[in-house]
Design a protein. Structure first.
Length: 133
């Protein structure tokens, strides 16, 4: 059963579901197509893999369900994304404050710490949700 806002539920038979996978910089994405009639649904591949592990005999993809990637691989990628993203946002913050003709520019430490903390917490939440469904 599929549910959409302000719409009746739709029953889609397993035979009509197709799965296509695409690489993404945060991990693999899966595109679910429901018989070509309804719009496609793009979700994280980990979610699709979890469904596949729970329903292996009914899943439209062939072969055994994939194993979860090792945690070290995932954490390494998240640390790289965190470092590059924090550096980029901090650089923009610092450049914007230095380009203005202010007599008292803000201190640099909060300009570096704020993006690092916010991006770090978001990536931790994303990783927790991804690993625990």
């Amino acid at each position: 059963m599929l549910f959409a806002a302000f719409q009746r539920p739709i029953l889609v038979p397993w035979e009509a579901i197709t799965v296509t996978r695409q690489p993404h910089f945060l991990g693999e994405k899966a595109i679910l197509q429901f018989g070509g009639i309804w719009p496609e649904l793009k979700v994280d591949a980990a979610l699709v893999d979890a469904l596949w592990r729970r329903l292996p005999e009914q899943w439209p993809e062939m072969g055994p369900p994939p194993e979860r990637p090792p945690a070290a691989t995932t954490w390494g990628r998240l640390i790289l994304i965190w470092a590059l993203g924090s550096a980029a946002v901090s650089t923009v913050f610092i450049a914007m404050t230095r380009l203005t003709e202010s007599a008292h520019p803000p201190p640099i430490v909060p300009l570096i710490a704020f993006p690092a903390i916010v991006l770090g917490l978001n990536l931790l939440l994303w990783q927790f949700r991804r690993r625990h469904f």
